[in-house]
Design a protein. Structure first.
Length: 164
C-alpha cells in the first residue's frame, strides 16, 4: 500500500514537469510538437468531465474526443535490461508502440518501476493502443493503465489561493 502511494506521488510529479509533447507519425519516427493550447469550449457533453459541466481544472476541454491514458510499463525484474530489450525487439514493440499518429505527452523512466508513458488517445483508437501493448510489450513488461487528466492548473490555483 505504501509503495502504491509513493508511486502515485512520482506519477503526479512526472506529469506536471512535461513542457512539450511528442507525436509519433506514420512517416517519421518522432516529431516534437509544442504543448497543445486550449481551444474554445466544446458543445458536446462527451468532452466534459464525468460529473458534467466544465472540467475541474478550469482549462478548456479538448473538442477532439481525446483523453489522456497513462501506461505503466513495469520491468520484469527476473530479466536483465538487455534481455528485456531483446524480447521487445523480437515482438516488434519499438515499431508498434505507440501506434502511428498517437501523441506521446510524456515518457519517463521511473527507477525501480519501469517506464511511465502518457498518451493522448482518440477514444475510437483505445483498442488499437491496447492491442499494441498486448501484442508487443507483454513478457518484457507488466502493464497497468490509468485514465488521466491534467490537474496542474487546478493545483497551482489552489496553491496560490491557499486552498480556498
Amino acid at each position: 500500500m505504501l509503495r502504491k502511494r509513493i508511486c502515485h506521488g512520482f506519477i503526479f510529479a512526472a506529469l506536471f514537469s512535461c513542457g512539450s509533447a511528442l507525436t509519433w507519425g506514420a512517416d517519421l519516427p518522432v516529431t516534437v510538437a509544442a504543448a497543445p493550447t486550449p481551444g474554445p469550449a466544446p458543445t458536446s457533453a462527451s468532452a466534459q468531465n464525468p460529473a458534467g459541466g466544465a472540467p475541474a481544472n478550469g482549462a478548456a476541454p479538448s473538442a477532439d474526443d481525446t483523453f489522456l491514458l497513462t501506461i505503466f510499463l513495469k520491468h520484469d525484474e527476473s530479466k536483465p535490461l538487455p534481455k528485456i530489450n531483446e524480447q521487445l525487439r523480437e515482438q516488434g514493440f519499438f515499431k508498434a508502440f505507440p501506434p502511428p499518429g498517437i501523441e506521446v505527452v510524456s515518457w519517463y523512466v521511473m527507477m525501480g518501476v519501469g517506464q511511465v508513458v502518457t498518451l493522448r488517445v482518440p477514444a475510437s483508437r483505445l483498442r488499437e493502443v491496447n492491442r499494441a501493448i498486448e501484442n508487443t510489450a507483454w513478457g518484457g513488461y507488466r502493464t497497468e493503465f490509468y485514465p488521466t487528466y491534467d490537474y496542474k492548473a487546478a493545483a497551482e490555483q489552489l496553491r496560490a489561493s491557499g486552498g480556498k
